[in-house]
Design a protein. Structure first.
Length: 355
């Protein structure tokens, strides 16, 4: 099969080599095992095929004119829209090439000239790896969905009880029901964050790119969170600068970041204020969320954006919120930073390119 033959359904293996005889040998070896094989004669053609119809496995020659196998591997791994695909490099080079290939993102090597049974065994191993990872991905998605459904149903029933649809309830019962609803809401938020994080990590998150007025978006979030700050006796201030350029991005995802940063600032501040500002600097839009709260230790600052990192403070969450924020900002070609001193507050700053 040539690379012009594409498949919208079913799985196949993509073999890439600039030498037709090598491709023919690989094709015969794999078709003996019952695999569907698509052939590509250079890196550019292979990348187009992969983006249009991702294969289950890529067999990639290292030495090719133009774009070599290392560069193809790097481009595949850097493209967040391409799901995980095992990459098996075919090489006749010395041991030093192993390091370069693994650093580029390859999963396995086969030396040329190869034995047919060795190639077939390596392919079977890589396809098992792909199947294991796919099953894990499906497990996370199914788990979050299956957990969310009963929580949503339970909250709806509790709302009806709270509204006295089934009869009167005591003040103590009403307080208990409110606590249960709050706990369920926290669990739903955590599950939603977990699922969103999972999508970003897999490169499966699709962003809706539009022009976004960050000033307006921040104003909306500040208005929503102001009552929360007022309950704690905090000032929530927003310094709006006129005529700030818009950005290109997904409005809902950027809203998630702003809400998380301001919400965290309120959560970790007991007295004083939380101040939000937006400005322009060198063709970038800067958004800062500064608080007068407890601050973050130098050790925690190094790991604050890591997945599942939990600070030492009792109010620390599950370590997904800031990690997801960084994933979102990275997907928007931006940068998220933190500056903090214990007892003197924290400032989170993210920058985005102007539209």
């Amino acid at each position: 099969m040539s690379v012009t033959q594409t498949f919208s359904k079913g799985s196949y293996i993509l073999a890439v080599d600039d030498i037709p005889d090598n491709l023919l040998l690989v094709q015969l070896a794999l078709e003996q095992e019952g695999y569907r094989v698509v052939l590509a004669h250079n890196g550019e053609t292979a990348l187009k095929q992969i983006k249009q119809f991702p294969p289950s496995l890529i067999l990639l020659d290292v030495m090719m004119p133009g774009m070599d196998g290392y560069e193809v591997t790097r481009r595949i791994r850097q493209d967040k829209n391409i799901p995980f695909i095992p990459i098996l490099l075919l090489t006749a080079r010395e041991e030093s090439s192993l390091v370069q290939g693994l650093d580029a993102g390859a999963d396995e090597f086969v030396r040329k000239p190869f034995q047919i049974d060795e190639l077939q065994a390596r392919v079977r191993s890589m396809l098992r790896l792909k199947e294991t990872i796919d099953q894990r991905e499906n497990f996370v998605s199914c788990l979050t969905h299956d957990l969310r459904t009963p929580l949503v149903a339970a909250n709806r029933m509790l709302d009806l009880i709270e509204q006295k649809v089934f009869g009167n309830i005591t003040c103590e019962q009403q307080e208990a029901i409110a606590n249960i609803i709050s706990s369920n809401d926290n669990m739903l938020e955590m599950l939603n964050t977990l699922l969103e994080t999972h999508h970003y990590e897999l490169g499966q998150k699709t962003l809706n790119w539009i022009s976004v007025d960050l000033q307006q978006l921040i104003s909306e979030v500040v208005s929503e969170l102001e009552p929360l700050a007022r309950e704690k006796g905090l000032e929530l201030l927003y310094d709006a600068v006129t005529n700030v350029a818009e950005v290109k991005g997904d409005r809902l995802e950027l809203r998630r970041v702003i809400t998380n940063l301001i919400g965290n600032a309120i959560k970790f501040t007991d007295t004083g204020k939380v101040q939000v500002s937006v400005s322009e600097h060198e063709s970038k839009i800067l958004v800062q969320v500064a608080d007068s709260g407890i601050g973050i230790s130098p050790e925690d600052q190094k790991a604050v954006f890591q997945r599942y990192h939990q600070g030492n403070h009792r109010r620390a969450g599950k370590g997904l919120g800031l990690y997801l924020c960084q994933q979102i900002i990275n997907a928007h070609q931006g940068e998220l930073k933190v500056q903090s001193q214990l007892g003197q507050g924290t400032t989170f700053t993210f920058s985005l390119p102007q539209a």
